[in-house]
Design a protein around this ligand. Sequence first.
Ligand code: COS
Length: 393
Amino acid sequence: MNDSLAWPFFDDRHRDLVRDLEAWTAQRLTGAEAGTDVELSCRNLVAELGAGGWLRHCVAGAYGGARETIDVRSLCLMREHLAHRSGLADFAFAMQGLGSGAISLGGSDAIKRRYLPEVAAGRSIAAFALSEPEAGSDVGALAASARREGDDYVLDGDKTWISNGGIADFYCVFARTGEAPGTRGISAFVVDADTPGLAIAEKIPVIAPHPLATLHFRDCRVPAANLLGQPGAGFKLAMQTLDIFRTSVAAAAIGFARHALDAALSRATSRKMFGQTLADFQLTQAALADMATGVDASALLTYRAAWSRDCQGVPATAEVAMAKMVATETAQQVIDRALQIFGGLGVKSGMAVELLYREIRALRIYEGATEVQKLIIGRQLLKDFAAAGSASA
Ligand code: COS
């Protein structure tokens, strides 16, 4: 079948990047990287990815990055490839980008110089602190506050489901500064992990382990220079960051799904049953066809969204939402189907499909649940329809 790297979304540098990453992962990601201490494993992976030069793709060129601006197609290809190999390596890579994204997009030159080269080198671990116990999908309802006192802001409130919580060296935190109600009264700040008043309240264990925590901010004082972007513009900064990284979540889902499809093909062609192999049954062939078609459809949507951003200069929010929704939902189905092809062996702890089955689930929820993506797509359609109507009237 057609190699997706030959698609017109990509340049030779993308093909070279994947080839080089493949060589690196074959040597470095042997399965041992996901040890029993997930925090330690993650720290090690960030350091390794940094030393290998891969994290340079998470930041802009002037601050230690690989290219002038973040190239979303590169991010996506890398996540697809890393996720195929190791969910934890993909996580470690992606969180460096998501966690520093608001700095790349909104930080002052001084803040960028201070944080981004360390992120790119893997010497500093980043985290994105947006969600709260009562504000997940409805970000505009967030309650954490930041009040101005002289040259500082003082933060109070709770953040939860924070990836890299507990191991991060800094957090990009979104808090209410009150310029206006709702989404127009939120600002973003970079907060060093050792700032007095910031505490890790709880580590959260999940079905596919990775560092995750609830944070408390109590009279947590940060310099006003740590403000990212304009006061009151934090919601838009969060959404712009997610426009980049949601596309890469779709790519990670494709990596998981491709891994499951490879495993299913290998199992189907080797498993003997009723005097033939599993792959000889038309039912199996139909399942494989559905899986492969779903993976390709997901990849086409994902790389269209990435290409739109890189080459058309548009945020492509609705296209990103389509990609995230379809790729994560499809990957769940593909992995479930692969597990079924493995039969009882599929649910045995430690089997690749069993790991993938646990790994994929959160992607349909984090960085905007499928239902939020539908809302974004539906609203954009109605907006376009109204604009077309008023233009033709
Ligand atoms: N880029 C730039 N600006 C954006 C934007 C984007 N992608 N999306 C929305 N905005 C702007 C809007 O244009 C609007 O601007 P004005 O105030 O100037 O009119 C403002 O932001 C508010 O937008 P909107 O009215 O759409 O906000 P809602 O409160 O209705 O929220 C959703 C919209 C639900 C889409 C948003 O809250 C969301 O994405 N929720 C999921 C959050 C999430 O992913 N959480 C996971 C965190 S990481 S694990």
